[in-house]
Each structure stands twice: as C-alpha cells, then as structure tokens.
Design a protein around this ligand. Structure first.
Ligand SMILES: [Zn+2]
Length: 235
C-alpha cells in the first residue's frame, strides 16, 4: 500500500484513540471530583450541625439561668407580701409577680423547644458522623481505583502522542495539512474505506473510475462528494 496512505490510516487510528482517552481522562477526573465533593458536603453539614448544637446548648443554659433568676425573684416577692401594709403596695407587688410568672412561662416554652432541638441533634449527630466517615472511606477506595485507571489512561495518552509524532514526521506534510483540515470540517473518520462502491463517510456512490484508482493504491484519492480520503479495505 502507498506508504502515506498507511501512515494516514495509522495516524487516524491514533487520533481516535487519543480522543477516546482524552474523554476518559476528563470523565475519570470529574468522577474523582464528584466523590470528593460528596464527602466535603457531608463533612460541612456535620460541622454545621455540631456548631448548631453548641449554640443551642449555650442558649439552653442561658435560659435555665434566667428561669432560676426569675424563680428567686418570685420567691423574694412572696416573702415581701407579708411585710406589706398598704393595699396599693400589695397590688403593685401582685402585678410584678404575675409579670414574672408570665416571663417564666415564656422562658420555659423556649427552654422546652431548645431541649427538643438539642435532643434531636444528639440523636442525629452520631448517625451523620458515621455516614460521613463511611463516605470518606468509600471515597478513598473509589478514588484509589479511579486514580489507577486515570494514571494508566494518561500513560497511554503519552504513548499515543509519541507514536503520533513519529507518524507525522514520516508523513507528507501537505497530506497532513489536508488531513487536519478534513478533521476540522468533517465528522470522524476522515480516512475511510469504500464498501460496495459506496463511501463510508457520506454514503454516496463512488464512480467506478474513482474506485479503480483507489484499488490501484498508487495515489491518494478523495471522495468527490465529501472530500474524505478513500481506501480499499481488502482485495
Ligand atoms: Zn464521501
């Protein structure tokens, strides 16, 4: 076979493999990123909930303290009741007591709510912690496998690129430019065979005279319809 043609076919094979490996490389990289992102999201959520719990515990303790303060104030008022002489003073004290009790009720409602939230988080946190740890472990394992796959893909790409360079150095440069141009304007493959007298690229019948030229393998022949480079697979 014409040396340039076989070089071109080889080059195209390399280019298609390079393209495939490039896609695989991107896919593997994004899979690794995705795994890491998932673990990070779980860890961030866990941290957020831990902070929330801390905040609730502080709020709860503050509320307990203020209820204690209200309680001691109310106890003091109860004692004061017995020392009061006038009705007016008594009424004023009663008002203060009822205000204190109202305040205490409100504080107790909030305290109850805080305790419920605290309890919920106390139950939720160990589950999240476990989930996060497991995800981290799974991620490391998956990443190890993906990374090995990625490394070998990159290694293969290097070999393919080297072979491509070797191939191009032997190829007629005008033909190489033509091939590159075809790659830009036509869908792959751009070097292809004729089967049953039809161009595999555009599915249009190739005139018999052109088929004969392709068969002779003495020159590079282009499809008259799609301008792709033609060759005969066998015979
Ligand atoms: Zn064609």
């Amino acid at each position: 076979m014409l040396k340039d043609l076989s070089l071109l076919i080889g080059l195209q094979e390399l280019d298609l493999k390079i393209e495939k490996n490039g896609i695989k490389e991107k896919k593997l990289s994004s899979q690794i990123e995705g795994e890491r992102k998932r673990v990070l999201e779980l860890e961030e959520n866990l941290l957020k909930k831990k902070e929330m719990l801390k905040h609730i515990q502080i709020e709860r303790r503050n509320k307990e303290r203020s209820i204690e303060e209200i309680d001691s104030l109310l106890a003091k008022h109860e004692e004061e009741k017995y020392k009061i002489k006038s009705n007016e003073e008594f009424a004023a004290l009663e008002k203060e007591i009822s205000q204190g009790e109202e305040e205490k009720n409100k504080a107790e409602d909030i305290l109850l709510e805080l305790m419920e939230r605290e309890e919920g988080l106390d139950e939720e946190l160990p589950v999240l912690e476990k989930e996060s740890k497991q995800a981290n472990k799974d991620c490391q394992e998956k990443e190890r496998i993906l990374r090995a796959d990625l490394d070998s893909t990159i290694e293969q790409l290097k070999d393919l690129e080297n072979n491509r360079k070797k191939n191009i150095s032997q190829l007629n440069s005008v033909l190489f430019q033509r091939y590159k141009q075809l790659q830009k304007t036509r869908e792959n493959p751009v070097v292809l065979s004729i089967s049953n007298g039809i161009c595999d690229g555009c599915n249009v019948k190739v005139p018999p005279s052109l088929v004969a030229r392709v068969r002779r393998r003495e020159e590079i022949v282009y499809c008259e319809n799609c301008t792709r480079i033609l060759y005969m697979n066998n015979s």
